[in-house]
Design a protein around this ligand. Structure first.
Ligand code: ZN
Length: 279
């Protein structure tokens, strides 16, 4: 193991162990959630119909600053995609405004950008996001984990693994769903392991197209993964619906500092604190 790899392992372990906000999965599992980050248009235009074909919905971690842009993942979402996504029952979650890494900018800038992202989602579609958040690049610091844990219903990283029997709402495990059918066997193993452990398995990807970026997957892999999960014992639900099953209702603080309709956020969330969610 190289020094760099070793430091990364220690960092991930520390981030997992400290400043957690734990809830018990209880009998809610097995659950599988499919999520999309940023998000490229194909995550909606291609992947959403596949999920819906199995009666399922996805969680979209939206980065408003990327709307109407094109990058290495292809065309990013447009306003109409967001509107259709909400209308079709998918989940709007947040992913900062400008896709900043909390390890590369001052903490206050990161927190402000996370709040600005939520505000922009509200401004774009007229409804608040779900309160669920994903860290861009999967980068997390203890300071960000502590502070955003107070503002978000849940925060998701990119550390692989199965959530449960205890779930850390401040840093959900998530597994990449990248590549083509060569990855299916590994995906199926995860789904089976999740069933055995009665856990909560969260997948994330980006573009879903026949020639995906290295951060995306092909439609055939995506459909095969959803199909395999649907044939098993797990329920396929959004992150928000999974948390509803766990009766997670806490949003410990409204997003203070968000300009404009910050009050709309707080009014859309129940401020009561579930006993399991207290530190
Ligand atoms: Zn991202």
């Amino acid at each position: 193991m190289s020094l760099r790899t070793g430091i990364g392992t220690v960092r991930r372990r520390m981030l997992s162990q400290f400043l957690s906000r734990r809830v018990t999965l209880g009998n809610a599992g097995p659950i599988v959630s499919f999520s999309f980050d940023d998000f490229p248009r194909t995550a909606f235009t291609v992947a959403a119909p596949i999920l819906q074909g199995f009666g399922a919905r996805g969680t979209y971690y939206v980065t408003p600053g990327l709307m109407d842009t094109v990058n290495n993942l292809g065309e990013q979402y447009c306003l109409r995609d967001l509107q259709d996504l909400v209308e079709q029952g998918h989940e709007l979650a947040s992913h900062t405004h400008s896709h900043l890494s909390c390890r590369e900018v001052p903490f206050h800038s990161f927190r402000e950008d996370a709040r600005r992202g939520r505000q922009a989602i509200f401004d774009q579609v007229g409804i608040a996001d779900s309160g669920n958040f994903a860290y861009p690049y999967g980068d997390v610091t203890l300071r960000a984990k502590q502070a955003l844990g107070l503002e978000m219903l849940s925060c998701r990283g990119t550390t692989p693994g199965i959530n449960g029997p205890e779930v850390d709402l401040n840093l959900l495990h998530a597994n990449s769903l990248y590549g083509d059918m060569a990855q299916l066997a590994a995906v199926e193993r995860l789904i089976v392991e999740n069933e055995t452990r009665k856990g909560w398995l969260v997948f994330y990807t980006h573009d879903v197209c026949s020639r995906p970026s290295r951060f995306g997957c092909t439609p055939v892999l995506f459909e095969a993964a959803v199909s395999f999960a649907a044939q098993g014992k797990a329920k396929i639900v959004t992150v928000a619906d999974a948390l509803a099953k766990l009766e997670v209702q806490a949003k410990l603080e409204p997003a203070n500092g968000v300009s404009g309709s910050a009050g709309d956020f707080s009014s859309d969330f129940q401020n009561q604190v579930h006993p399991d969610c207290q530190r």
